[in-house]
Design a protein around this ligand. Structure first.
Ligand SMILES: Nc1ncnc2c1ncn2[C@@H]1O[C@H](COP(=O)(O)OP(=O)(O)OP(=O)(O)O)[C@@H](O)[C@H]1O
Ligand SMILES: [Mg+2]
Length: 324
């Protein structure tokens, strides 16, 4: 790829300070995302997916600390930016549909007004008529009848509410949209529709997207590249076709064996057993070693480097699965 990345994370590391000690939720995460590209971020619950996204947005609670690393957006490092400067970055350059966003709309205001308000916050000069027009445009884009703008959230179905939230995230034409498991509260068919539409809109507008889910089957539908997270670290990263055809990290292999139950309830990784570690006390060496069927002695002691094995495919593993 000749272009420059829109976003590059470099060794990004964040901890939550707690009374019991630091929780190592994001540890040395690196990846590039190119303009127009969609990336899926996958891993079991507690692996740090939301923490990576919140760190990128610098929307962190008071007990969080970015310990090292860089968040380069168009080459500019966001880590040292002030809150004031970050406010401009958010919405206008990066916007996010939050996990469990279904209740993000205020029940006592008309949906259209809420989007206009968000627009005005970032664009003081916008007239009410322009605001209305933009809302209509956005509604059409995400597949809602523009007449719905004058209705209240309770008059919306779940799928429409989700679309309205996506419309709001698109309001300021961001370069990157992060969608954190935005559809799990919806039934499977609606979920699938919203997902496809989000993907279509992203392609139409030429935005980049990071789509977060614990379900690799969902990720498969929308992502050109896939990042597999385990216990705060990136285990495997690469083009979706590569990851699906030739998963190399034993954790990815296990996630894939839980395929193909498209969407739906969280599944136990029966092939593996156990659960991800408590990030207050992460295991030494490779954090996956206690559950790994291919673990060697070395894996218990030495952290494997995150290495390019060719074709933009990276893994952090001392004993990767064979290529068939
Ligand atoms: N404010 C906080 N203080 C302390 N620890 C936290 C805080 N927020 C999250 N954590 C911990 O950070 C780790 C990563 O959590 P995170 O929510 O990023 O995971 P996730 O991959 O998004 O999980 P899920 O799929 O359930 O959304 C977990 O161990 C979680 O308990
Ligand atoms: Mg999460």
């Amino acid at each position: 790829m000749a272009e420059k990345p829109l976003l590059s994370l470099r060794d990004l590391t964040m901890v939550y300070h707690t009374r019991k000690g630091p929780v190592s939720a994001v540890d040395g995460v690196s990846f590039d995302l190119y303009p127009g590209q969609s990336m899926g971020l996958v891993g079991e619950s507690g692996c740090g997916k939301t923490s990576v996204a919140m760190t990128m947005m610098k929307l962190l609670p008071d007990n969080a600390e970015i310990v090292r690393g860089e968040i380069l957006l168009n080459g500019r490092n966001l880590v040292p930016l002030s809150n004031e400067e970050m406010r401009k970055v958010r919405w206008e350059q990066i916007s996010m549909v939050f996990q469990a966003a279904m209740n993000a709309l205020n029940p006592v205001y008309r949906v259209g007004d809420q989007i206009v308000e968000a627009l005005e916050e970032h664009n003081r000069d916008i007239t009410p008529a322009e605001g209305r027009k933009r809302v209509e445009q956005l509604f059409r884009l995400v597949g809602i009848d523009p007449a719905m703008a004058d209705r209240y959230p309770h008059e919306y179905s779940g799928g429409m509410r989700q679309r309205a939230i996506i419309a709001m995230a698109l309001a300021c034409s961001p370069d990157l949209i992060i969608a954190d498991e935005p559809t799990t509260a919806l039934d499977v068919i609606v979920q699938d529709q919203v997902l496809r539409e989000l993907r279509a809109v992203q392609q139409k507008l030429g935005m980049s997207m990071i789509y977060i889910s614990h379900d690799i089957a969902v990720i498969a539908e929308v992502a050109e590249t896939i990042g597999v997270m385990y216990a705060g670290r990136m285990a495997e990263l690469g083009p979706a076709s590569e990851i699906f055809r030739r998963p190399r990290h034993p954790y990815t292999v296990a996630l894939m064996s839980a395929f193909p139950s498209i969407v739906g309830e969280k599944r136990e990784l029966e092939a593996l057993g156990g659960e991800p570690p408590d990030l207050l006390y992460p295991p030494p060496g490779c954090r996956f070693h206690p559950r790994c069927p291919r673990a060697l002695d070395k894996c218990k002691e030495v952290q494997p480097p995150f290495e390019n094995i060719g074709n933009q495919h990276y893994i952090a593993c001392w004993n990767p699965a064979e290529v068939e």
